[in-house]
Design a protein around this ligand. Structure first.
Ligand SMILES: [Zn+2]
Ligand SMILES: [Zn+2]
Ligand SMILES: [Zn+2]
Length: 456
Protein backbone atom coordinates (compact mmCIF):
# COMPACT_ATOMS: atom_id res chain seq x y z
CA UNK A 1 0.00 0.00 0.00
CA UNK A 2 1.17 3.50 -0.68
CA UNK A 3 2.57 5.28 2.37
CA UNK A 4 0.52 8.28 3.43
CA UNK A 5 2.22 11.07 5.34
CA UNK A 6 -0.21 13.31 7.27
CA UNK A 7 2.02 16.35 6.80
CA UNK A 8 1.68 16.04 3.01
CA UNK A 9 -2.05 16.81 3.29
CA UNK A 10 -1.77 19.35 6.10
CA UNK A 11 0.90 21.46 4.37
CA UNK A 12 -0.18 20.86 0.76
CA UNK A 13 -0.21 24.56 -0.18
CA UNK A 14 3.24 25.28 1.30
CA UNK A 15 4.71 22.14 -0.28
CA UNK A 16 3.38 23.07 -3.68
CA UNK A 17 4.92 26.56 -3.36
CA UNK A 18 8.25 24.99 -2.37
CA UNK A 19 8.24 22.59 -5.31
CA UNK A 20 7.26 25.16 -7.93
CA UNK A 21 10.34 25.61 -10.12
CA UNK A 22 11.91 29.09 -9.86
CA UNK A 23 10.99 31.66 -12.50
CA UNK A 24 13.64 32.52 -15.13
CA UNK A 25 14.25 35.83 -13.35
CA UNK A 26 14.72 34.22 -9.91
CA UNK A 27 17.02 31.68 -11.45
CA UNK A 28 19.10 34.30 -13.23
CA UNK A 29 19.46 36.44 -10.09
CA UNK A 30 20.40 33.48 -7.93
CA UNK A 31 23.08 32.18 -10.27
CA UNK A 32 24.52 35.63 -10.99
CA UNK A 33 25.06 35.98 -7.25
CA UNK A 34 26.59 32.51 -6.94
CA UNK A 35 28.91 33.13 -9.90
CA UNK A 36 30.10 36.42 -8.40
CA UNK A 37 30.92 34.66 -5.10
CA UNK A 38 32.92 31.84 -6.67
CA UNK A 39 36.10 31.55 -8.61
CA UNK A 40 34.49 31.42 -12.05
CA UNK A 41 35.73 32.34 -15.44
CA UNK A 42 33.65 33.21 -18.49
CA UNK A 43 30.43 31.30 -17.77
CA UNK A 44 26.75 32.00 -17.11
CA UNK A 45 23.65 29.92 -16.34
CA UNK A 46 20.76 30.21 -18.79
CA UNK A 47 17.42 28.50 -19.19
CA UNK A 48 16.48 27.13 -22.57
CA UNK A 49 12.99 27.06 -24.08
CA UNK A 50 11.99 23.96 -22.09
CA UNK A 51 12.97 25.68 -18.83
CA UNK A 52 15.94 23.38 -18.38
CA UNK A 53 19.15 24.97 -17.21
CA UNK A 54 22.51 24.98 -18.89
CA UNK A 55 25.91 26.62 -18.48
CA UNK A 56 27.18 28.74 -21.39
CA UNK A 57 30.46 30.44 -22.22
CA UNK A 58 30.40 34.25 -22.08
CA UNK A 59 33.77 34.50 -23.83
CA UNK A 60 36.19 32.44 -25.92
CA UNK A 61 37.72 29.75 -23.69
CA UNK A 62 40.97 27.95 -24.38
CA UNK A 63 41.67 24.27 -23.87
CA UNK A 64 42.74 23.36 -20.32
CA UNK A 65 41.31 26.48 -18.65
CA UNK A 66 39.84 26.34 -15.17
CA UNK A 67 36.35 27.77 -15.60
CA UNK A 68 34.82 27.02 -12.22
CA UNK A 69 35.54 26.08 -8.64
CA UNK A 70 32.15 25.14 -7.24
CA UNK A 71 31.51 25.15 -3.51
CA UNK A 72 29.46 22.44 -1.86
CA UNK A 73 25.96 23.42 -0.75
CA UNK A 74 25.53 20.25 1.32
CA UNK A 75 27.91 17.32 1.25
CA UNK A 76 28.68 14.10 3.03
CA UNK A 77 31.61 11.72 3.35
CA UNK A 78 30.32 8.17 2.88
CA UNK A 79 30.08 6.33 6.19
CA UNK A 80 32.46 3.41 5.37
CA UNK A 81 34.99 5.88 3.93
CA UNK A 82 35.26 7.57 7.35
CA UNK A 83 37.37 4.62 8.49
CA UNK A 84 39.88 5.18 5.72
CA UNK A 85 40.19 8.94 5.67
CA UNK A 86 40.00 11.60 8.36
CA UNK A 87 38.82 14.78 6.65
CA UNK A 88 37.39 18.16 7.66
CA UNK A 89 33.63 17.83 8.19
CA UNK A 90 33.03 21.05 6.27
CA UNK A 91 35.59 21.47 3.47
CA UNK A 92 36.62 17.77 3.25
CA UNK A 93 40.38 18.33 3.12
CA UNK A 94 42.55 15.73 4.88
CA UNK A 95 43.61 16.78 8.38
CA UNK A 96 46.21 16.18 11.11
CA UNK A 97 49.22 14.48 9.43
CA UNK A 98 50.24 11.76 7.02
CA UNK A 99 51.50 9.80 10.06
CA UNK A 100 48.17 10.13 11.84
CA UNK A 101 46.20 9.11 8.73
CA UNK A 102 48.34 5.96 8.38
CA UNK A 103 48.36 5.16 12.11
CA UNK A 104 44.60 5.63 12.47
CA UNK A 105 43.88 3.36 9.54
CA UNK A 106 46.22 0.64 10.81
CA UNK A 107 44.70 0.99 14.26
CA UNK A 108 41.15 0.55 12.91
CA UNK A 109 42.30 -2.39 10.79
CA UNK A 110 43.88 -3.99 13.87
CA UNK A 111 40.50 -3.74 15.62
CA UNK A 112 39.05 -5.75 12.76
CA UNK A 113 37.01 -2.88 11.34
CA UNK A 114 36.53 -3.71 7.68
CA UNK A 115 37.87 -1.21 5.23
CA UNK A 116 35.85 -0.19 2.22
CA UNK A 117 37.04 0.63 -1.23
CA UNK A 118 34.14 3.02 -1.36
CA UNK A 119 32.90 1.69 -4.64
CA UNK A 120 29.31 2.58 -5.53
CA UNK A 121 28.33 -1.06 -5.84
CA UNK A 122 29.24 -1.65 -2.22
CA UNK A 123 31.88 -4.24 -3.01
CA UNK A 124 33.48 -3.87 0.36
CA UNK A 125 36.54 -5.94 0.96
CA UNK A 126 37.57 -6.70 4.48
CA UNK A 127 41.23 -6.07 5.03
CA UNK A 128 42.41 -9.60 5.28
CA UNK A 129 45.73 -8.33 3.91
CA UNK A 130 46.51 -6.74 7.25
CA UNK A 131 49.31 -8.41 9.09
CA UNK A 132 50.07 -6.81 12.40
CA UNK A 133 53.07 -9.01 12.95
CA UNK A 134 54.98 -7.28 10.18
CA UNK A 135 55.14 -4.01 12.13
CA UNK A 136 57.45 -3.47 15.11
CA UNK A 137 55.71 -3.09 18.49
CA UNK A 138 54.40 0.39 19.24
CA UNK A 139 54.63 1.78 15.69
CA UNK A 140 50.89 2.42 15.32
CA UNK A 141 50.76 4.30 18.64
CA UNK A 142 53.86 6.32 17.75
CA UNK A 143 52.34 7.29 14.38
CA UNK A 144 49.15 8.46 16.08
CA UNK A 145 50.70 10.36 18.96
CA UNK A 146 53.28 12.15 16.82
CA UNK A 147 56.38 10.44 18.25
CA UNK A 148 57.22 8.82 14.94
CA UNK A 149 57.88 11.29 12.15
CA UNK A 150 58.20 9.69 8.73
CA UNK A 151 61.00 10.76 6.36
CA UNK A 152 59.87 13.51 3.92
CA UNK A 153 56.38 13.77 5.47
CA UNK A 154 57.06 17.50 5.88
CA UNK A 155 56.50 17.74 2.11
CA UNK A 156 52.83 16.86 2.79
CA UNK A 157 51.78 19.13 5.66
CA UNK A 158 48.15 18.91 6.82
CA UNK A 159 46.21 21.31 9.08
CA UNK A 160 45.87 20.21 12.70
CA UNK A 161 42.54 18.83 13.85
CA UNK A 162 39.90 21.05 15.45
CA UNK A 163 37.21 19.06 17.30
CA UNK A 164 33.47 19.78 16.99
CA UNK A 165 32.48 22.66 19.30
CA UNK A 166 29.39 20.66 20.30
CA UNK A 167 31.51 17.91 21.81
CA UNK A 168 30.33 14.97 19.68
CA UNK A 169 33.79 13.56 18.94
CA UNK A 170 32.45 12.49 15.59
CA UNK A 171 32.98 15.63 13.50
CA UNK A 172 36.47 17.09 13.08
CA UNK A 173 37.65 20.15 11.18
CA UNK A 174 40.69 21.72 9.56
CA UNK A 175 40.14 25.08 11.25
CA UNK A 176 38.02 26.96 13.76
CA UNK A 177 36.31 28.73 10.87
CA UNK A 178 35.23 25.46 9.21
CA UNK A 179 34.01 24.18 12.61
CA UNK A 180 32.01 27.35 13.20
CA UNK A 181 30.56 27.55 9.68
CA UNK A 182 29.46 23.91 9.78
CA UNK A 183 27.94 24.42 13.23
CA UNK A 184 25.92 27.39 12.02
CA UNK A 185 24.91 25.92 8.69
CA UNK A 186 23.75 22.45 9.77
CA UNK A 187 25.73 20.59 12.41
CA UNK A 188 24.28 22.28 15.52
CA UNK A 189 20.99 20.43 14.95
CA UNK A 190 22.65 17.14 13.97
CA UNK A 191 25.41 17.01 16.58
CA UNK A 192 25.21 14.22 19.16
CA UNK A 193 27.47 16.08 21.62
CA UNK A 194 26.42 17.76 24.85
CA UNK A 195 25.87 21.15 23.21
CA UNK A 196 23.62 19.70 20.49
CA UNK A 197 20.59 21.84 19.62
CA UNK A 198 18.50 18.83 18.61
CA UNK A 199 15.34 17.97 20.55
CA UNK A 200 16.77 14.67 21.75
CA UNK A 201 20.22 13.18 21.30
CA UNK A 202 18.75 9.73 21.78
CA UNK A 203 16.27 10.25 18.94
CA UNK A 204 19.02 11.72 16.77
CA UNK A 205 21.24 8.71 17.41
CA UNK A 206 18.40 6.41 16.33
CA UNK A 207 17.99 8.35 13.09
CA UNK A 208 21.74 8.22 12.40
CA UNK A 209 21.89 4.49 13.13
CA UNK A 210 18.99 3.79 10.77
CA UNK A 211 20.62 5.84 8.01
CA UNK A 212 23.98 4.16 8.54
CA UNK A 213 22.39 0.73 8.29
CA UNK A 214 20.17 1.48 5.30
CA UNK A 215 21.35 4.36 3.10
CA UNK A 216 23.58 7.27 4.05
CA UNK A 217 21.72 9.50 1.58
CA UNK A 218 19.33 10.09 4.53
CA UNK A 219 22.17 11.81 6.40
CA UNK A 220 22.58 14.16 3.45
CA UNK A 221 18.83 14.81 3.40
CA UNK A 222 18.94 15.56 7.14
CA UNK A 223 21.76 18.05 6.53
CA UNK A 224 19.64 19.72 3.86
CA UNK A 225 16.66 20.02 6.22
CA UNK A 226 18.83 21.25 9.08
CA UNK A 227 20.47 23.78 6.73
CA UNK A 228 17.04 25.11 5.73
CA UNK A 229 15.73 25.31 9.33
CA UNK A 230 18.82 27.21 10.49
CA UNK A 231 18.59 29.62 7.53
CA UNK A 232 14.90 30.12 8.37
CA UNK A 233 15.71 31.00 11.99
CA UNK A 234 18.38 33.49 10.94
CA UNK A 235 16.05 35.11 8.41
CA UNK A 236 13.27 35.29 10.98
CA UNK A 237 15.49 37.00 13.53
CA UNK A 238 16.29 39.70 10.97
CA UNK A 239 12.80 40.02 9.39
CA UNK A 240 10.25 39.56 12.18
CA UNK A 241 7.50 41.20 10.12
CA UNK A 242 7.55 38.72 7.23
CA UNK A 243 5.18 35.76 7.01
CA UNK A 244 6.42 32.31 7.97
CA UNK A 245 5.85 30.98 4.46
CA UNK A 246 7.78 33.75 2.76
CA UNK A 247 10.70 33.21 5.15
CA UNK A 248 10.61 29.46 4.63
CA UNK A 249 10.61 29.91 0.84
CA UNK A 250 13.57 32.26 1.14
CA UNK A 251 15.43 29.79 3.37
CA UNK A 252 14.65 26.99 0.90
CA UNK A 253 15.77 28.99 -2.16
CA UNK A 254 19.20 27.37 -2.69
CA UNK A 255 17.56 23.93 -2.63
CA UNK A 256 14.68 25.05 -4.83
CA UNK A 257 17.15 25.68 -7.67
CA UNK A 258 18.07 21.99 -8.03
CA UNK A 259 16.13 19.77 -10.40
CA UNK A 260 14.21 17.21 -8.38
CA UNK A 261 11.62 14.45 -8.43
CA UNK A 262 10.35 12.05 -5.80
CA UNK A 263 13.11 9.60 -4.89
CA UNK A 264 10.97 6.47 -5.20
CA UNK A 265 9.90 7.54 -8.68
CA UNK A 266 13.35 8.37 -10.05
CA UNK A 267 15.61 5.87 -8.24
CA UNK A 268 17.40 3.66 -10.72
CA UNK A 269 16.12 0.11 -10.69
CA UNK A 270 18.68 -2.29 -9.19
CA UNK A 271 19.97 -5.02 -11.52
CA UNK A 272 19.29 -7.78 -8.99
CA UNK A 273 15.56 -7.06 -8.62
CA UNK A 274 13.01 -8.57 -10.97
CA UNK A 275 11.60 -5.85 -13.24
CA UNK A 276 8.06 -7.11 -12.66
CA UNK A 277 8.41 -6.09 -8.99
CA UNK A 278 8.76 -2.44 -9.99
CA UNK A 279 5.72 -1.18 -8.04
CA UNK A 280 6.55 -3.19 -4.92
CA UNK A 281 10.16 -2.00 -5.05
CA UNK A 282 9.17 1.66 -5.31
CA UNK A 283 6.70 1.33 -2.44
CA UNK A 284 9.39 -0.22 -0.27
CA UNK A 285 11.68 2.70 -1.01
CA UNK A 286 8.89 5.11 -0.12
CA UNK A 287 8.28 3.27 3.16
CA UNK A 288 11.97 3.34 3.99
CA UNK A 289 12.06 7.11 3.43
CA UNK A 290 8.97 7.55 5.62
CA UNK A 291 10.54 5.55 8.45
CA UNK A 292 13.73 7.62 8.22
CA UNK A 293 11.72 10.86 8.17
CA UNK A 294 9.79 9.90 11.33
CA UNK A 295 13.09 9.23 13.15
CA UNK A 296 14.47 12.58 11.97
CA UNK A 297 11.27 14.35 13.00
CA UNK A 298 11.61 13.04 16.56
CA UNK A 299 15.12 14.51 16.63
CA UNK A 300 14.90 17.98 15.06
CA UNK A 301 11.23 18.87 14.34
CA UNK A 302 10.45 22.59 14.12
CA UNK A 303 6.77 23.48 13.91
CA UNK A 304 7.35 26.65 11.90
CA UNK A 305 9.20 24.58 9.29
CA UNK A 306 6.68 21.73 9.28
CA UNK A 307 6.52 21.35 5.46
CA UNK A 308 10.16 20.23 5.56
CA UNK A 309 8.98 17.18 7.48
CA UNK A 310 6.54 16.04 4.79
CA UNK A 311 7.31 12.88 2.87
CA UNK A 312 6.80 14.85 -0.33
CA UNK A 313 9.64 17.26 0.47
CA UNK A 314 11.87 14.55 1.96
CA UNK A 315 11.39 12.40 -1.15
CA UNK A 316 12.14 15.34 -3.45
CA UNK A 317 15.32 16.27 -1.55
CA UNK A 318 16.66 12.72 -1.84
CA UNK A 319 15.51 12.58 -5.48
CA UNK A 320 17.55 15.73 -6.13
CA UNK A 321 20.68 13.91 -4.93
CA UNK A 322 19.74 10.82 -6.94
CA UNK A 323 19.27 12.77 -10.17
CA UNK A 324 22.23 15.07 -9.79
CA UNK A 325 24.50 12.33 -8.46
CA UNK A 326 27.55 14.46 -7.88
CA UNK A 327 30.54 12.65 -6.48
CA UNK A 328 32.74 14.25 -3.89
CA UNK A 329 36.32 13.07 -4.28
CA UNK A 330 39.49 14.32 -2.59
CA UNK A 331 42.84 12.67 -3.36
CA UNK A 332 44.72 11.16 -0.44
CA UNK A 333 48.00 12.70 0.77
CA UNK A 334 48.94 9.19 1.96
CA UNK A 335 48.97 8.01 -1.65
CA UNK A 336 50.97 11.09 -2.67
CA UNK A 337 53.43 10.41 0.14
CA UNK A 338 54.17 6.84 -0.92
CA UNK A 339 54.44 7.85 -4.58
CA UNK A 340 56.92 10.52 -3.58
CA UNK A 341 59.05 7.99 -1.68
CA UNK A 342 58.91 5.63 -4.64
CA UNK A 343 60.17 8.40 -6.95
CA UNK A 344 63.16 9.32 -4.77
CA UNK A 345 66.65 8.63 -6.16
CA UNK A 346 68.88 6.18 -4.32
CA UNK A 347 70.33 6.24 -1.66
CA UNK A 348 67.54 8.49 -0.25
CA UNK A 349 64.92 6.07 -1.46
CA UNK A 350 66.55 3.06 0.13
CA UNK A 351 66.80 4.87 3.46
CA UNK A 352 63.22 6.15 3.43
CA UNK A 353 61.84 2.81 2.35
CA UNK A 354 63.10 1.07 5.48
CA UNK A 355 60.02 2.21 7.35
CA UNK A 356 57.77 3.19 4.42
CA UNK A 357 57.85 -0.28 2.88
CA UNK A 358 56.68 -1.90 6.14
CA UNK A 359 53.82 0.54 6.45
CA UNK A 360 52.84 0.07 2.83
CA UNK A 361 52.78 -3.71 3.30
CA UNK A 362 50.68 -3.37 6.45
CA UNK A 363 48.22 -1.02 4.73
CA UNK A 364 47.85 -3.39 1.77
CA UNK A 365 46.04 -2.45 -1.42
CA UNK A 366 43.85 0.10 0.35
CA UNK A 367 46.68 2.55 1.07
CA UNK A 368 45.58 4.95 -1.66
CA UNK A 369 41.86 5.25 -0.89
CA UNK A 370 40.66 8.79 -1.43
CA UNK A 371 37.92 10.66 0.44
CA UNK A 372 34.61 9.75 -1.18
CA UNK A 373 31.16 11.13 -0.68
CA UNK A 374 28.15 12.77 -2.27
CA UNK A 375 27.56 16.48 -2.50
CA UNK A 376 25.31 18.99 -4.16
CA UNK A 377 27.24 21.55 -6.20
CA UNK A 378 24.84 24.33 -7.29
CA UNK A 379 26.65 25.34 -10.49
CA UNK A 380 28.10 22.02 -11.56
CA UNK A 381 24.62 20.53 -11.27
CA UNK A 382 23.46 22.96 -14.00
CA UNK A 383 25.92 21.50 -16.49
CA UNK A 384 24.29 19.28 -19.05
CA UNK A 385 25.64 16.00 -20.30
CA UNK A 386 27.26 15.30 -23.64
CA UNK A 387 29.02 12.11 -24.80
CA UNK A 388 31.53 14.41 -26.52
CA UNK A 389 31.91 16.95 -23.69
CA UNK A 390 33.95 20.14 -23.94
CA UNK A 391 34.76 20.25 -20.19
CA UNK A 392 35.25 17.87 -17.28
CA UNK A 393 35.49 17.77 -13.50
CA UNK A 394 39.16 17.40 -12.77
CA UNK A 395 41.14 17.85 -9.57
CA UNK A 396 44.54 19.45 -10.10
CA UNK A 397 47.37 18.91 -7.61
CA UNK A 398 46.44 22.08 -5.76
CA UNK A 399 42.75 21.13 -5.40
CA UNK A 400 42.90 19.50 -1.98
CA UNK A 401 39.35 19.96 -0.70
CA UNK A 402 35.78 19.02 -1.64
CA UNK A 403 35.19 21.86 -4.11
CA UNK A 404 34.55 20.79 -7.68
CA UNK A 405 36.97 22.04 -10.30
CA UNK A 406 35.78 22.20 -13.91
CA UNK A 407 38.38 22.43 -16.68
CA UNK A 408 37.81 22.83 -20.42
CA UNK A 409 38.78 19.90 -22.66
CA UNK A 410 38.80 21.87 -25.89
CA UNK A 411 38.43 25.47 -27.02
CA UNK A 412 34.87 26.75 -26.43
CA UNK A 413 33.32 29.58 -28.45
CA UNK A 414 31.48 32.49 -26.85
CA UNK A 415 27.80 31.52 -26.43
CA UNK A 416 28.46 27.78 -26.75
CA UNK A 417 27.10 25.45 -24.07
CA UNK A 418 29.62 24.01 -21.61
CA UNK A 419 29.01 20.28 -21.19
CA UNK A 420 30.47 17.48 -19.08
CA UNK A 421 29.96 13.72 -19.32
CA UNK A 422 27.93 12.09 -16.54
CA UNK A 423 29.16 8.64 -17.55
CA UNK A 424 32.12 6.96 -19.23
CA UNK A 425 31.69 8.47 -22.69
CA UNK A 426 33.86 5.79 -24.29
CA UNK A 427 31.19 3.11 -23.76
CA UNK A 428 29.20 1.90 -26.78
CA UNK A 429 25.99 3.77 -27.72
CA UNK A 430 23.54 1.25 -26.17
CA UNK A 431 25.38 1.14 -22.84
CA UNK A 432 25.54 4.92 -22.66
CA UNK A 433 21.81 5.27 -23.30
CA UNK A 434 21.05 2.69 -20.60
CA UNK A 435 23.17 4.54 -18.03
CA UNK A 436 21.76 7.92 -18.99
CA UNK A 437 18.22 6.62 -18.62
CA UNK A 438 18.94 6.57 -14.86
CA UNK A 439 19.33 10.34 -15.08
CA UNK A 440 15.96 10.52 -16.74
CA UNK A 441 16.87 11.56 -20.28
CA UNK A 442 17.78 10.31 -23.73
CA UNK A 443 21.02 11.81 -25.00
CA UNK A 444 20.78 13.69 -28.29
CA UNK A 445 24.37 14.88 -28.46
CA UNK A 446 26.22 14.81 -31.79
CA UNK A 447 27.91 11.50 -31.00
CA UNK A 448 24.59 9.86 -30.13
CA UNK A 449 22.77 11.26 -33.17
CA UNK A 450 25.51 9.86 -35.37
CA UNK A 451 25.73 6.44 -33.71
CA UNK A 452 22.00 5.86 -33.21
CA UNK A 453 21.21 2.69 -35.23
CA UNK A 454 17.62 3.91 -35.68
CA UNK A 455 18.57 7.23 -37.21
CA UNK A 456 16.78 8.11 -40.36
ZN1 LIG B 1 37.88 22.66 6.56
ZN1 LIG C 1 29.30 17.65 16.79
ZN1 LIG D 1 25.29 11.41 -26.21
Amino acid sequence: METKCPVDAKCAAEISAMLTPPSPLQLQEYFEEIISERKCHGIEVKQDGNLSKGVYATMELKEGELILKDKILVGLQHVPNKLDCLVCGYCFQFIESVEYQIGRKLYLQSLGVPSCNGCDEGECSSSSSYNKACLPEGVIEALMNGELVLPYSDKFPLPSTVPCPGGCQEAYYCSKSCAQTDWESSHSLLCTGERSESLSIEALSKFIQHATETNDIFLLAAKTISFTILRYRKLKAANADRSELSLLLEAWKPISMGYKRRWWECISFPDDVDRSDDTAFRMQIQQLAFKSLQLLKAAIFDEECEPLFSLEIYGNIIGMFELNNLDLVVASPVEDYFLYIDDLPDPEKEKAEKIARQLLDALGDDYSICCQGTAFYPLQSCMNHSCCPNAHAFKRDEDRDGQAAIITLKPIRKGEEVTVSYIDEDLPFEDRQALLADYGFKCRCNACLEQDPNKK
